[in-house]
Ligand binder design. Structure first.
Ligand SMILES: [Zn+2]
Length: 389
């Protein structure tokens, strides 16, 4: 039995939101090529997974929403086309393209299979790099996300009797969809690390927002100032995750590893290097081992440097998840293969040169000071999970 499994994403129908869209058709090809180039995945670790069926999608999504998405596959269903905007479909972020329902159901099925494999002991940890569609709401497509594979996976864990699940979201954007689905459910702790809602879409996830009703206190929002650099981000991530996970005592960790936090990402404005992607992956692994007997389901997420950043960041994730040593330098043949698609030379090392990530010092200091104040506020807002004692 492999201790870790990786969903064989090239077997998924292509999640293609069209030419020039940030979720480009072959977004994951460079990642899988890099993993292969370094011999980091054994054949027995790659799994193919079935699509989520209607019942599985409807554990999170409303029936009318799933039906419209299915009818849009027919192409000339004018009632469905007319209804689509009410469900967030047909915008520039969420265009209606052929195969949208099928590809999204395949991604949801992949995360669902990861949860089942981990809970049934077929693997200790699992990665669905195509997953992490954290913005999808029960009846609304949003931010490139149609079906919320993460929420569907967590629902499955709860249905199987898991009493406490911790969801951790490292993407630069607030994990709004997952938080919304479980905002009143004390069995699910959601923790989102993101760029401040004052500056960044979806403009939610304030430090004060902490869930509702029976779930009050079970949503932790950690908004970072624009320009936050590695040291400030990493120290606050550790200062939140270590006590929160130790005190909540989850039986399963589900994590989203969007790498749009990188300083070169075109869609956001944090100043992190790939060292922080590596840090997040290793910390998660240690917490899963310490508190969850290793049970960990990880997904990809955002990340709009599909050649320069994403393959390195998620190779780090796989190495942490599968206990592989991270190579130091990037395979030269891989660099030759993908270099023609980029204007600038491809990075030679997995860890960015610290100089690459150094921006204006005063801005970083200012961001770090504001982040430290935010952490103090967070400790007051969440005394049980984050306070002293
Ligand atoms: Zn994102």
């Amino acid at each position: 039995m492999p201790s870790a499994i990786l969903v064989d994403s090239p077997a998924l129908p292509v999640y293609d939101l069209g030419e020039g869209h940030p979720f480009a058709a072959d977004r994951l090809r460079p990642l899988f090529a890099l993993l292969r180039a370094h011999g980091l995945v054994a054949a027995t670790e790659l799994v193919r997974t079935p699509s989520a069926d209607d019942d599985e999608l409807r554990t999170v999504h409303e029936r009318a929403y799933v039906e419209v998405l299915q009818r849009l596959e027919g192409g000339d269903d004018w009632d469905a086309i007319e209804a689509a905007p009410r469900f967030g479909l047909g915008s520039s972020d969420n265009p209606i393209v052929p195969g949208l329902h099928f590809a999204s159901a395949a991604i949801a099925g992949a995360t669902l299979a990861c949860v089942r494999d981990v809970l049934e002991g077929r693997a200790r940890a699992a990665l669905n790099a195509s997953g992490g569609l954290h913005h999808a709401m029960p009846a609304l497509a949003s931010g490139f996300c149609v079906y919320n594979d993460l929420a569907i996976g967590i629902k499955e864990a709860l249905a199987r009797g898991v009493e406490r699940v911790a969801y951790v979201d490292f993407d630069v954007h607030h994990g709004d969809g997952v938080e919304f689905v479980f905002r009143a459910d004390p069995r699910v702790l959601t923790i989102s690390f993101h760029e401040t809602p004052r500056a960044r879409w979806p403009y939610t996830g304030r430090v004060e927002d902490r869930g509702s009703d029976a779930g009050l206190g079970s949503a932790i929002n950690v908004p970072f100032e624009s320009g936050t650099c590695d040291a400030s981000w990493q120290s606050i991530v550790a200062a939140v995750l270590e006590p929160a996970i130790a005190r909540f005592r989850p039986q399963l960790l589900v994590t989203q590893h969007g790498c749009d936090t990188h300083f070169t990402d075109p869609l956001a404005d944090l100043s992190l290097s790939t060292a922080s992607a590596d840090f997040a992956a290793r910390l998660t692994r240690r917490l899963a081992d310490t508190h969850c007997e290793g049970r960990w389901v990880a997904t990809g997420g955002g990340g709009y440097q599909p050649i320069r950043v994403l393959p390195r960041a998620w190779t780090m994730l796989w190495c942490a998840l599968a206990d592989r040593a991270l190579p130091t330098t990037v395979d030269p043949d891989w660099r030759r293969e993908f270099a023609p698609r980029e204007r600038e030379p491809l990075p030679e090392r997995f860890l960015d040169d610290p100089m690459d990530a150094a921006h204006g010092e005063p801005r970083e200091r200012e961001a770090a000071a504001r982040n430290a104040a935010m952490l103090e506020a967070l400790r007051r807002i969440h005394p049980e999970l984050l306070g002293d004692s």
